[in-house]
Design a binder for this molecule. Structure first.
Ligand SMILES: Nc1ncnc2c1ncn2[C@@H]1O[C@H](COP(=O)(O)OP(=O)(O)OP(=O)(O)O)[C@@H](O)[C@H]1O
Ligand SMILES: [Mg+2]
Length: 261
């Protein structure tokens, strides 16, 4: 691996939107403790495009759920946009999820009886946006993922790739700074995967921070940085240049060192 601090430095100079120190997550299953995360310390700068990889059970979804404020660490610190999430109550966390974060899941999670546009409007309904504005903004989001002609179709009338693009439109309609996707192409064929990844690449080029989980190298190749997990720990973290030819190790702060101290 070629070490070159200068490439990583241009990113680490930016304010981290995500910073973790010694994050541990344990689940209790009857009498046994499951150690899902065993001390994660890393940062993600605003505007970065990161792929999280690792074998099944390595802790990827657990990490993503904590990043997305769907779950909280057992121990350790997590700062989202400089705010220590431990200081936030459930209402604050729900508001952050709605306003700052767009989620995309492997199984699309669209409501089956509702049209694409009605599905995309939902986060705006929760955010209290006026109905007329909701419809207009949902239409713009669907057009931006190439579904301008499919707005009034229900999910069963769309292909897997179209459904996932509708789910991406739902994730971006609130204009979130951070987009999180857990295996977004896991249920898609190659062509649909390329369509969906082109949408993520476009969102990244507009300055959004994108973090996605994938098992596939050709999907991870869209990202600028690849973080590998094994047994709840980061075992590899590297960034590559635009051609993909050169890899640069991403340094992590020493354990125990605060990100915003
Ligand atoms: N709610 C839970 N209760 C108990 N154990 C859990 C829970 N969620 C996850 N785990 C355990 O934590 C570990 C990490 O799970 P996680 O879902 O994060 O893995 P993953 O890397 O996303 O795997 P996959 O690639 O299969 O999705 C696993 O051993 C899993 O069984
Ligand atoms: Mg998972």
């Amino acid at each position: 691996m070629v070490a070159d601090a200068s490439v990583g430095a241009s990113h680490s100079a930016q304010r981290p939107v995500i910073a973790m120190r010694n994050v541990v997550k344990q689940y209790r299953m009857g009498d046994t403790e499951v150690h899902a995360l065993r001390g994660i310390s890393f940062e993600i700068a605003q505007g970065d495009f990161v792929a999280i990889m690792g074998t099944s059970g390595s802790g990827k979804s657990t990490l993503m759920n904590i990043v997305g404020c769907l779950d909280v660490p057992t121990r350790g610190h997590y700062w989202l946009d400089g705010v220590d999430v431990r200081t936030l109550d459930d209402d604050d966390l729900a508001r952050i999820r709605n306003r700052k974060i767009g989620f995309v899941f492997q199984s699309f999670n669209l409501l089956p009886r509702m049209s694409a546009i009605a599905n995309v409007e939902l986060p705006l309904t929760y955010a209290g946006v006026h109905p007329r504005q909701r419809r207009a903004r949902a239409a713009v989001a669907l057009q931006s993922v190439g579904l301008g002609q499919r707005m009034h179709h229900v999910p069963s009338e769309m292909s897997g790739g179209q459904q996932q693009r509708a789910a991406v439109a739902r994730a971006i309609v609130t204009n979130p700074a951070l987009i999180l996707a857990d295996e977004p192409t896991g249920n898609l064929d190659t062509e649909s995967s390329i369509d969906v990844m082109s949408v993520f690449a476009a969102l990244h080029s507009q300055g959004r921070t994108v973090v996605l989980i994938t098992h596939e190298d050709d999907i991870a190749a869209y990202a600028q940085r690849i973080v590998k997990l094994r047994d709840g720990q980061i075992v590899d973290d590297h960034r590559r240049d635009a051609s993909g030819a050169r890899r640069t190790h991403v340094a992590h702060a020493e354990a125990g060192q605060g990100a915003f101290q």
